[in-house]
Write a protein of this length. Structure first.
Lengths: 148, 350
């Protein structure tokens, strides 16, 4: 005949102590884990920003400015027009720059090249083109706006 | 190869295991004082954990410090709890460090061969108070700002080196952001390092010598360290955690008003409660005593008291009821009454 499993006082006390300790560990660790999750900080969802004043930028040069919380780049092309793109490289998120000597946007981290007019990838590892922003000149201000 | 054997070859853990199995804690009258050190250790662990958590969001600049504490208490999930626990545990830790010190003092646990244990413990007490003093400023609120002004001014009254120390502590002539940066560095790097080393040494000595057994306190009975004492201590830690959580939740520690260096000091300003007995003493000393500035005299007296406290095991080292022992006991009782009395007076007198 098989022995029927018996609950002894000892095993019952052990069970209570064990579950109690697990519950205690849970009540301590749960707040700590939640604490480590960073609270959502409201992102400044800028729809438009004054990136520069007319005359700030020489033709064939660029300037990185803050659009919301991310960097963007304003380029005064050799033809005298203004273009604006996100300055976050689509490869590994370095900040890109405009190089007057080669006439297009360049990312120094892994030698990525982008076209100044369309933002398309010309060479290097970036998988996607840079997103473009709209540029309008209002009086003396060069205003960059989100297009999409 | 068997895991136990593999580890034994490398770590020699069986020696530690055997040591723990043979370790015993004496059963004596007033034996509860043996738990005070453990409670202090528990609160220190709480401080390390909550302190590391606060570091994730705290910003040590005059511009951002107060806002970052407000951010922690209002935006971060359970931030109010972590911050309140850190403040409450700090105060409780100071209390239990003193209780541990007086407990060890009154059972005479500082005698041969535990003199160095006493001295390291006294240094840990001073470090704990410095922890409190530097941590108090970090929220950059009005009370802390002026308490730091007064506290560092008192350091400045120390003869000869005072002004140099003041400039060193403040990072300049005034309490500014430089002071906040220094206190932050002291609070989160220098003191934890010193504490870890000294505390390790202190605990090592406690293991080396075992718990003291005063001959005057009953027959030689003892209780096994493992599991009996450890389980009792664990129970006390759980109760301690419960008390701490209850205090932190029901009486959340206030954040205070942001410090304004141009605003006048608010009325009723006083330091943290564990400095009140010194603060009150300095207030009561007349401006000039025997041609010496009263404040300077008070500071010299407290420095002397600190030295005496460090030197207790060298001044009194006989377990029999000698005159030195009676004087030591009388002084100890006087110290407790004086500190308690002055603290109460400090809170009652505006």
């Amino acid at each position: 005949m098989a022995k029927s499993p018996r609950i002894t006082r000892r095993s019952f006390a052990d069970y209570l102590l064990g579950t109690g300790l697990v519950a205690l560990a849970g009540t301590v660790l749960y707040p700590l884990a939640r604490y480590l999750i960073p609270p959502k900080v409201k992102e400044v969802a800028a729809g438009s920003v004054v990136a520069a004043k007319v005359g700030d930028l020489q033709p064939n040069s660029g300037k990185v400015f803050l659009f919301g919380s991310k960097p963007a780049i304003l380029i005064h092309t050799g033809q005298g027009t203004y273009k604006a793109f996100t300055a976050v490289c689509t490869h590994l998120a370095c900040t890109v720059q405009y190089r007057g000597d080669i006439g297009h946007i360049w990312c120094a981290c892994h030698d990525g090249h982008y076209d100044t007019i369309s933002g398309q990838v010309l060479a290097g590892p970036p998988p996607r083109p840079l997103a473009e922003f709209g540029v309008t000149v209002k009086g003396n201000d060069i205003v960059v706006t989100r297009t999409a | 190869m068997h895991l136990g054997g593999w580890l034994e070859d490398r770590l020699r853990w069986r020696a530690a295991d055997a040591f723990l199995r043979h370790k015993a804690v004496p059963i004596v009258r007033h034996g509860y004082v043996y738990y005070f050190g453990g409670i202090t250790l528990f609160l220190f662990v709480v401080q390390v954990v909550t302190g590391l958590l606060l570091l994730m969001y705290y910003k040590p600049t005059a511009e951002a410090a107060h806002d970052s504490i407000r951010f922690i208490t209002s935006k971060v999930q359970f931030g109010w709890l972590v911050r309140s626990v850190h403040s409450w545990a700090a105060n409780l830790m100071v209390f239990w460090v003193f209780a541990h010190m007086f407990g060890a003092f009154f059972v005479g646990a500082y005698r041969r061969p535990r003199e160095v244990t006493w001295i390291s413990g006294t240094l840990l007490l001073f470090i704990t108070m410095t922890f409190g003093f530097t941590g108090y400023l970090l929220p950059w609120n009005t009370l802390a700002y002026f308490a730091t002004k007064v506290g560092t001014e008192i350091v400045g009254a120390v003869p000869l080196v005072g002004h140099g120390l003041l400039v060193l502590l403040r990072g300049g002539e005034d309490v500014t952001e430089a002071t906040l940066n220094r206190f932050f560095g002291i609070h989160v790097a220098i003191l934890p390092l010193l504490t870890t080393m000294l505390l390790g040494f202190h605990l090592f000595l406690v293991q080396l010598h075992g718990m003291s057994r005063p001959e005057s306190r009953g027959p030689a009975r003892s209780v096994a360290f493992v599991p009996n004492f450890v389980l009792r201590e664990a129970l006390i830690w759980v109760i301690g955690l419960g008390v701490l959580a209850t205090l932190a939740v029901l009486l959340p520690w206030p954040v205070g008003e942001r410090a304004d260096p141009l605003a006048p000091a608010p009325a009723g300003i006083r330091p943290e409660w564990y400095f009140v007995f010194m603060f009150q003493t300095l207030k009561l000393i007349p401006p000039h005593v025997l041609g010496i500035e009263g404040e300077r005299l008070g500071i010299l007296a407290f420095m002397l008291a600190a030295l005496v406290l460090l030197a207790v095991p060298l001044l009194e080292h006989d377990d029999r009821k000698t005159r030195a022992r009676r004087i030591a006991l009388a002084l100890g009782i006087f110290a407790v009454l004086y500190m308690a009395g002055m603290t109460i007076v400090g809170y009652l007198v505006p």
